[in-house]
Design a protein around this ligand. Structure first.
Ligand code: NAD
Length: 344
């Protein structure tokens, strides 16, 4: 009989891709989320639309399940994370506490938890040219935002559930995952998606200037979604119970990120640097442990990943522009005296 897995957050970006990946490997998959995936139908055998802050939902969705992949979280890019501390800490703590305890009660054997590079101490990330972060540097703990604290508590919860109850828990610290079929506008999008959107709008509307938060010299590494789900799967199959970095170790500035996206789009752009939340000044992943433990590391190049992501986001932007401009053209054709506005 196929192994039965639950993916929480299956309506979100990584969860949706993970469901497809696991189905492709013969697993029976139940997904749960507040919403269905926005951009493509789910591949899940069963999809429950429900709120995991409710303990009864966690209890019912983990019933009959062998393995849980816990990805549900109330989160977004820097703009969102830096402005919703109470909401994030409250909602995600409830989700994590309930899901893990329900998994224990229902005899789940393996549990994957999606942590983040945001758990690392802020004072290690004050320069753009930063040493890559090693797993053991998480302590003494001093994350920048409530998002990091919430993830750190959940990491520890996983560790204690393994020690005290014998449940096999696995924890990956993701470093900026990006790709197709992810949120690209509305305020929760991350830097790569926002960059693709801004450049697609510039290209499709004839503009050439894009806004960048800060001086653009802040650094990050970015991991393509296919590598992320492959890494999750390999970690889940491994015997490594400690938290581990899962990301690329190629560090670039946000300005360089913009240049790569502009090349993928085939346009020249001008960067306008404006005030905005930037997060820590520099961050990169040390992949020494990842290579040792999994004998593997992410391999999709940043150029290739951004090119695939840009193509998809440009098609989304084109659709949105058509929806906005279509009615205006119709009105003009009917003789309205309102000017045609450029939709951005
Ligand atoms: P996402 O926002 O696309 O997906 C999260 C999903 O969780 C959403 O679909 C949301 O509706 C769902 N959710 C939120 N509250 C819920 C609730 N109360 N009940 C049920 N579902 C709920 O985010 P993502 O990028 O796919 O991230 C997945 C996980 O990976 C998250 O835990 C996130 O913190 C972690 N992570 C992501 C990144 C990244 O770069 N994308 C980096 C570090 C960590």
């Amino acid at each position: 009989m196929a192994t039965r897995v639950l993916v929480t957050g299956a309506g979100g970006f990584i969860g949706h891709h993970l469901v497809s990946f696991l189905r492709g490997r013969g697993y029976w998959v139940r997904g749960v989320d507040l919403k269905r995936p926005e951009f493509a139908p789910t591949a899940a055998d069963e999809f429950v639309v429900a709120d995991l802050r409710d303990a009864q939902v966690s209890m019912s969705t983990t019933q009959g399940i062998d393995e849980v992949y816990a990805l549900a979280a109330d989160m977004g890019g820097m703009g969102f994370i830096s402005q919703h501390h109470a909401l994030i800490l409250h909602n995600n703590s409830l989700i994590n506490l309930h899901t893990l305890e329900a998994a224990r009660c229902n005899g789940v054997k393996r549990y994957f938890y999606s942590s983040t590079a945001c758990i690392y101490p802020e004072h290690l990330q004050t320069e753009a040219e930063i040493e890559p972060l090693k797993e053991e540097q998480a302590y003494p703990a001093a994350p920048q935002d409530a998002y990091g604290w919430e993830k750190l508590i959940a990491e520890r919860l996983c560790m204690h559930y393994m020690e005290d109850y014998g449940m096999q828990t696995r924890v990956a610290r993701f470093h900026n995952v990006f790709g197709t079929l992810g949120t690209w506008d509305g305020g929760r999008e991350k830097a790569p998606a926002a960059m693709c959107r801004k450049i697609a709008y510039a290209k499709l509307t004839g503009g050439r200037e894009i806004d960048i938060w800060g001086d653009g010299e802040q650094t990050r590494s970015f991991c393509y979604i296919d590598d992320c789900v492959e890494g999750i799967y390999r970690l889940m199959r491994s015997d490594h119970g400690e938290p581990i970095n899962l990301g690329s170790d190629l560090m670039v500035t946000i300005n360089q990120l913009a240049d790569i996206v502009a090349r993928a789009a085939g346009v020249r752009i001008t960067k306008k640097h404006i005030e905005g939340p930037q997060g820590v000044r520099g961050r990169n992943s040390d992949n020494t442990k990842l290579r040792q433990v999994l004998r593997w590391e992410p391999s999709v190049s940043l150029e290739e990943g951004l090119s695939r992501t840009y193509t998809w986001i440009e098609s989304q932007v084109a659709k949105q522009l058509a929806q906005q401009v279509g009615p205006v053209i119709n009105t003009l054709q009917r003789g309205s005296d309102k000017p045609l506005r450029r939709a951005v």
